[in-house]
Design a protein around this ligand. Structure first.
Ligand code: AMP
Length: 216
C-alpha cells in the first residue's frame, strides 16, 4: 500500500474532502497547511498574525515559514503510520525541501495524487463552499447542503464562508496555482510519482478510484 501521499490540484478540486475520506479509510495522518494556518489565525499566534494577510489576499505564505511548519509536523512520530499532505508543496522550493527532508527522516513520498478539474467548476465549488468552524468539515450551498442550514451535520458547529473564498482572492489563488504549483506536476512526473484523477466524477466515485489505487 502507498502510505506517504501528496494530494495536489487547484483550489476547489476536492483535496480536503478526499483527504478526510482517505484518512478515515486508511488511517493516515492528514497534514493540511491551510488548516494549520487557519488554526494559527484563530489562536492569533505569531504564525497566525504573519499568515493572515497573505491568506486573505489569496497569496502564498512565504516558503521558509511554510517549510518550517511542515518540517516540524512531518517529524512527529504519528507520521510513521503514513500521511496525506494536502496543500503542500505549492512551489518548487517547497518540493525540493520536502524531497530532502523526506529522505533525512526516512519518510519518502510514495505517490502524488493529482486532481484535475475545469476552471468553471472550481469557481462554482469555491464560491458556494461553506466550512464548519469547529471541525473543518466541508459543505456546499447547492451540492452538499447540511441537514440544518448553517449547522454542521457532524459536530453541530456553525458553518462559515472562508475569507479567501471570494472572487478576488480566488483569482489570485488560481494565478498562483498556474504559475507556482502546476509546474510541480512535471517535477513529480519526472520522478515517476504522479498519478492523475478526474475530480469531476463526484466525490464518492473519486474516493473509490483513489482508494483502490492506493491499496495496490
Ligand atoms: P488551502 O486551505 O490549502 O486552500 O490554503 C489556504 C491558504 O493558505 C492558501 O491560499 C495560502 O495562502 C496558504 N497556504 C496553504 N498552504 C500553503 C503552502 N504550501 N505554501 C504557501 N501558502 C500556503
Amino acid at each position: 500500500m502507498k502510505k506517504n501521499i501528496i494530494l495536489m490540484g487547484p483550489p476547489g478540486a476536492g483535496k480536503g474532502t478526499l483527504a478526510k475520506q482517505l484518512k478515515e479509510e486508511l488511517h493516515l495522518v492528514h497534514i493540511s497547511t491551510g488548516d494549520m494556518f487557519r488554526d494559527a489565525i484563530k489562536a492569533q499566534t505569531e504564525l497566525g498574525k504573519l499568515a493572515q494577510s497573505y491568506i486573505n489576499r489569496g497569496d502564498l505564505v512565504p516558503d521558509d515559514v511554510t517549510i518550517g511548519l511542515v518540517k516540524e509536523r512531518l517529524s512527529q512520530s504519528d507520521c510513521d503510520a503514513g500521511f496525506l499532505l494536502d496543500g503542500f508543496p505549492r512551489t518548487l522550493v517547497q518540493a525540493e525541501a520536502l524531497n530532502k527532508l523526506s529522505k533525512e527522516i526516512s519518510r519518502e513520498i510514495d505517490v502524488v495524487v493529482n486532481l484535475d478539474c475545469d476552471n468553471d467548476e472550481l469557481v462554482r465549488r469555491i464560491s458556494g463552499r461553506r466550512v464548519c468552524k469547529n471541525c473543518g468539515a466541508p459543505y456546499h450551498v447547492i451540492t452538499m447542503k447540511p441537514k440544518v442550514e448553517g449547522v454542521c451535520d457532524l459536530c453541530g458547529g456553525p458553518l462559515y464562508q472562508r475569507k479567501d473564498d471570494n472572487v478576488e482572492a480566488l483569482k489570485v489563488r488560481l494565478e498562483h496555482y498556474v504559475s507556482d504549483t502546476k509546474p510541480l506536476l512535471d517535477y513529480y512526473k519526472d520522478l515517476g510519482l504522479l498519478a492523475s484523477f478526474n475530480s469531476l466524477v463526484g466525490k464518492e466515485t473519486l474516493f473509490d478510484e483513489v482508494c483502490s489505487f492506493l491499496k495496490k
